[in-house]
Design a protein around this ligand. Structure first.
Ligand code: TXA
Ligand code: MG
Length: 316
């Protein structure tokens, strides 16, 4: 998040070179895709990705879609089975997002996947998105470029109106053709429709030669951010703890004595950037009981508390 003035960039080689450099130094750049405008950041940069959540004011850490310029690059991050290769071959570049197993050493920020071991990826078809992604040469995490709870933006003006004071750059590529978000298909196991979108499910079923699985109620595809499989650590969690009991491991925030600290200086952006990594570290340490310092409930603290409360809730 920033209060710096917004740079509106033209979709020409000079403007795109500036946009790619902004991504390289960890800034937030909105750009057009054929579906909707995305709010992009380097998907390997924890702090930049935390900035996306801060700018959107998202109350929870829904995992983000990573955008790439080619299938070859996508294959360096995820494991593609036959179904995934068939769908990518038929619909990429295009309005299709695939959820696939993430390779362990992908380098993708845990904040992008919200700690899951799967990744949503897409190769967009818009020439401006293609040029920016190829010029940047790496993975770009990008949710739709709207404040949380508002409609997705299909013009640069929508983006500037909603987020203009919170982002660094905006590449103006005119109106989006599809105007509807990408269709999301999980190819982890039997292909499943997670979100209806720009490519009709029928076209995907025709390509696969069999029906897609759906959630229990076919009228309401699974809201992906709310999947029950959402990452939670193995240990039980006690919130708003001032000190740890003898059998607890302390996850601190601010100036507390703890083996793991989300942000010793009390910075919520840093805490968000480190949250999922700390939860994984607690698992690696074998922590069975975890005490967590109080986290201020404003800014990114709202999303951090949402995630911790879900993790602390009784599990089936
Ligand atoms: O058209 C689009 O898809 C646009 C453009 C910018 O690419 N992006 C977009 O992103 O709509 P967003 O963040 O608004 O929606 C991403 C959706 C969320 O519902 C999220 O929960 C889901 O993708 N998602 C991301 N990673 C996932 C994963 N590993 N498993 C299941 N769902 C995932
Ligand atoms: Mg969205």
């Amino acid at each position: 998040m920033t209060n710096a003035p917004l740079s509106i960039l033209q979709a020409d080689p000079a403007g795109l070179a500036v946009a790619a450099n902004m991504l390289r130094v960890g800034q937030l750049v909105a750009f057009p895709t054929e579906t909707v405008y995305g709010l992009g950041a380097d998907a390997r940069d924890d702090i930049a990705v935390a900035g996306i959540y801060a700018a959107k004011g998202r109350p929870s850490f829904n995992p983000l879609i990573v955008h790439l310029s080619s299938l070859a690059m996508a294959e360096t991050l995820c494991d593609f089975n036959d179904d995934a290769l068939r769908l990518a071959g038929a619909f990429w570049p295009g309005a299709l997002t695939l959820v696939l197993p993430l390779k362990p050493d992908s380098g993708i920020s845990k904040l992008v996947t919200a700690g899951l071991d799967t990744l949503a990826i897409r190769v967009p078809d818009h020439p401006v998105a293609q040029a920016l992604l190829a010029g940047f040469g790496g993975p770009v995490a990008a949710p739709s470029a709207n404040p949380s709870g508002r409609v997705s933006p299909t013009t640069a003006t929508h983006v500037a109106d909603g987020l203009g004071h919170k982002i660094n750059g905006l590449v103006d590529g005119g109106p989006c053709d599809v105007g509807l978000e990408s269709t999301i298909i999980s190819c982890v196991g039997t292909p499943m429709l997670l979100r209806a979108g720009g490519i009709p499910a029928e076209a995907i079923e025709a390509c696969l030669g069999r029906p897609l699985a759906t959630s229990a109620d076919p009228e309401t595809p699974v809201a992906p951010g709310q999947l029950a499989s959402h990452y939670a650590p193995k240990g039980s969690i006690r919130l708003n703890a001032i000190t740890a009991e003898p059998d607890e491991v302390m996850l601190g925030f601010g100036s507390v004595d703890a083996p793991l600290n989300l942000s010793p200086s009390g910075d919520l952006i840093e805490a968000a950037a480190r949250l999922f990594d700390c939860l994984h570290q607690l698992d690696a340490m074998g922590a069975t009981r975890i005490a967590v310092s109080p986290i201020p409930n404003h800014g990114l603290g709202v999303a951090i508390n949402d995630r911790l409360q879900r993790a602390a809730a009784p599990r089936d």
